[in-house]
Design a binder for this molecule. Sequence first.
Ligand SMILES: O=C(O)CCC(=O)C(=O)O
Length: 301
Amino acid sequence: MQTSEEKGNLVTIDWRPHSEIIQTLGAPPACDVSADSIATFQSDGVVLLRGASADWVDRLRAGLQRNMDYPNDYAFPCDSVAPGGKGRFFDSYCNWHRIPEFTDYLSSSSAASMACQFMQSTSAQFFHEHVFCKDAGTQTATPWHHDLPYYCVDGWQNVSIYVSLDFTPADTAVRFLAGSHRSGQLYYPRHFLDGSDYVLDDPSMSSVTPLEDTFEEENLRVFELEPGDTLLFDFRTLHGTTAAPIKHQRRAFSTRWLGDDMIYCARPGETSPPLQDIGVTPGMRMPEEFFPVLWPSPGLT
Ligand SMILES: O=C(O)CCC(=O)C(=O)O
């Protein structure tokens, strides 16, 4: 049997950004977001903005390639295909300060402005980035889960901005359960390797596995994606994929954002990312020395 560490986070190089890099983050530009898109995000917990990140596809692909070529030079690389399984399901996070293309995205893309508007917040604090790659031949599903219980933060104003970097047919794209972000129920985090729940003893959460077969088709949101198409979803929105074989490599770059009401919280088990010793106690805002506030744009204040 594999240990929890073999299924999830490895001990790696330090994830912490140095203060100098935070100071170099520039003045991210503003963008206009339609009221309809914000309303869809608020009601469904997910919205698709076609082509919204098209200008970033080449740079983000180059950054992701560094992460994949030299995984051990970066924090928390993870391969989630079980031994003997086909393909590769790679993910890694908390490397934005080591990968120039990712630093550039935070400084110069309109992600911070976009996040602020969708969260209906007055500020957007950057939490971390997360990259994903499924190679051709992979048949490992992304297990149905939602992200909040993995994280050491709590609150309602949050968003992930997920940039598709390849053409992805609907049968292998991430699918979302509309409205699940408002259910109030939290589900145990799951290992991507085999879908098993993290071993947690938290009576306030339950397992999502028995529910998956009850999801109604009409409530599922799934889209064929082109490079640059951008999905925004709430940390509480349930999402996952089928195990349909991946025909062409499918990569994605996701950034996680915290709005005004998001605070540090202690979870009973290990969190993902496993951020330790960040010098805050439950109820405090996440420290800006590691998690910069990028909207309002630092260059404009
Ligand atoms: O791309 C995938 O299959 C997983 C994405 C995901 O779970 C996330 O961004 O939270």
